[in-house]
Write a protein of this length. Sequence first.
Length: 247
Amino acid sequence: MNNKDEMLRPRRDEERKNVGATIYRLPYAEAEQTEKKKKTFRFTFPRPRWVKKTRNLVVAIVLGVTVLGAGAWAGSEWFGTPAVTGQTVVQEIRDLSYLTTAEAVMMTTLEGEDAYRIYNIELPGTKRFFHIDVPAKVLVGIDLKKVSPSDIAIDKQSKQITITLPRADFLQEPNIDIDKVKAFSDEEIFRKGMTPEEQREFLTQAREQLRQEAKESGILQTAEDRAVRVLQQIYKPVGYSVNVAFK
């Protein structure tokens, strides 16, 4: 037994050495595999296609703007700025016609009392009290077709246009909404209701009252202010300032 053990001992030692050698190689082998794995995580990022397309698009836009700008400049040089004359100004103003208008919805009230009289003596039992609410639309503006070349003065050096306009006025009679008129009356025993003729007289009186109240409300001034703003905006693109006077 001892001789056998002694004979087998060198082989065991050699196997242990081999086993030990194999064991100590493992960490280095893993390190090599780790290094190989690290290499696999090295990515390269190619330039996206849309970046190239965007760059081409920007270049195309810049070129397009340049071409348009050159075309606009060439067009202005070729055609030139339209001439501003008294006749052209008059025509442009007349084309506006009644655009410079102002509209208002109003309500006026007629209220009072009356009675039949003979020789300025009130007849008993004929007194009447009335209250009438009259709604209407009022349209005012400037009749620009009345403007003539003599109303236009052009200073080309200072680029100023002076225009004399007629005053704003009523473009039509106040439009009374008959269906919404409310009338209240209280008659004594010998007094009848409103006759058709009396109704027409009240409506005529209401129109005159509406015109007066519209003037006091400032609607005519509103129409004139609007006309000034419109004319100033028309000639601003060609570099002219507009002064407006009223006659």
